[in-house]
Design a binder for this molecule. Structure first.
Ligand code: SF4
Length: 372
């Protein structure tokens, strides 16, 4: 496949793995921030190519996984209302809330629809002026520009029956929270390339300096990830802590300025709860006051609705790189993709789902090695 095959070349990947092994003299722990990178690592067995001294930790970069239980519950409550058309990307429909998921609301008669863009939801609002159309705006900085555009257009065109349930989270505050935690094990990060395509990487410079941690902006194909690991290990071995860009074909230092300007018009930075992690200050987006009329939480009286997280699911520890999915007692037994207990088993980017999909739970203790 043109433009992709060259990043999946086996000989080059093995050469890169040999280069990593040749310079690794000590144990190092590197976290890939993004769930898409986790899936590539597990799918292509990248961790199994690496020297024993290197440990890959799976990070919190799966937006579906970190959406807190109470926001899922709010979505369920809104979606169950007879006047509402509730629109979402497909991966949110099976995420369990306290009492079911969006599929179960749909099965009970709720008008829940899968859309491929927030602008599709806006179109539905235009076509159905007698209904309330709500879009579940979940994601990192990558999806925020399109969601900002939908709100901006709704506001400009006075489409009053359109609102968004906002669950936008930001990567740099999450990295800082991980680095500040007493149980932090991460010594270097592979930053998520697509987030940096939008945001650039200037906001990582103070983090690298303050915590003396290498951060390498990295893509998603196997060779991208191996090169990102090589760049991290090189820095660690040389005692450097810098921000470097492996994903130069997509990421510029300053990112996409027009997208950032649009986001800044519509959103303000707020504290956000992360599922299994808790509240992180200044770690997400909320709507600015000018756009408050399009805030679904306020429209449906759910601003002060709070619930506690499920105690059986240890996805918070998985998302912080403290535990691996197989270390969860429920993994592969009480918790499977068909009957998930937590969002990391549901999402296509969730670490638990990746381990299950690529049969990591069936490996013997010898083949599994220390990293799985
Ligand atoms: S295996 Fe299931 S219960 Fe365990 S951490 Fe993953 S999602 Fe949660």
């Amino acid at each position: 496949m043109k433009y992709v095959d060259e990043y999946r070349d086996r000989a080059q990947a093995e050469g890169c793995a040999r280069a990593i092994a040749a310079i690794t003299t000590r144990p190092w722990s590197i976290m890939e921030v993004c769930g898409g990178q986790t899936h590539s690592i597990v799918r292509y067995g990248i961790d199994e190519l690496l020297p024993e001294k290197l440990t890959l930790l799976h990070g919190p970069g799966c937006p579906v996984c970190v959406t807190p239980l109470e926001l899922i519950d709010k979505a369920l409550r809104i979606a169950a209302r007879p006047e509402v058309i509730f629109c979402s990307f497909g991966d949110m429909l099976r995420v369990p809330g306290s009492g079911g998921d969006l599929f179960s609301v749909k099965a009970q008669g709720g008008d829940v629809r899968i859309v491929y863009s927030p602008l599709d939801a806006l179109k539905l609002a235009r076509e159905n002026p007698q209904r309330q159309v709500v879009f579940f705006a979940v994601g990192f900085e990558t999806t925020a520009p399109a969601n900002a555009m939908a709100v901006f257009q709704a506001h400009a065109q006075k489409i009053a029956n359109f609102s968004v349930l906002v669950s936008h989270v930001l990567v740099p505050p999450a990295i800082e929270a991980l680095l500040s935690a007493p149980d932090n094990r991460t010594q270097a990060f592979l930053a998520a390339g697509h987030v940096c395509t939008v945001m650039g990487f200037e906001e990582y410079l103070p983090l690298a300096k303050k915590y003396r941690v290498p951060i390498v902006v990295t893509g998603f194909e196997p060779l991208d990830i191996l090169q990102g690991i090589l760049m991290c290990v090189r820095q660690l071995e040389e005692g450097r802590a810098e921000v470097e860009n492996q994903y130069t074909r997509s990421v510029k230092r300053e990112g996409n300025r027009p997208a950032q300007e649009l986001m800044a018009k519509v959103f303000r930075v707020v504290a956000r709860k992360w599922r299994g992690v808790g509240e992180i200050p200044r770690s997400g987006f909320g709507l600015r006051d000018e756009f408050a009329a399009h805030d679904a939480e306020a429209r449906f009286g759910l601003v002060d609705y709070h619930v506690d997280e499920d105690s059986e699911c240890i996805s918070g520890q998985v998302l912080r790189g403290v535990r691996k999915p197989r270390e969860c007692p429920a993994f592969g037994g009480r918790c499977t993709p068909e009957r998930p207990l937590g969002a990391t088993m549901v999402s296509s980017e969730g670490a638990c789902a990746a381990y299950y999909q690529y049969r990591r739970h069936e490996q013997t203790s010898i083949t599994a090695g220390k990293r799985s």
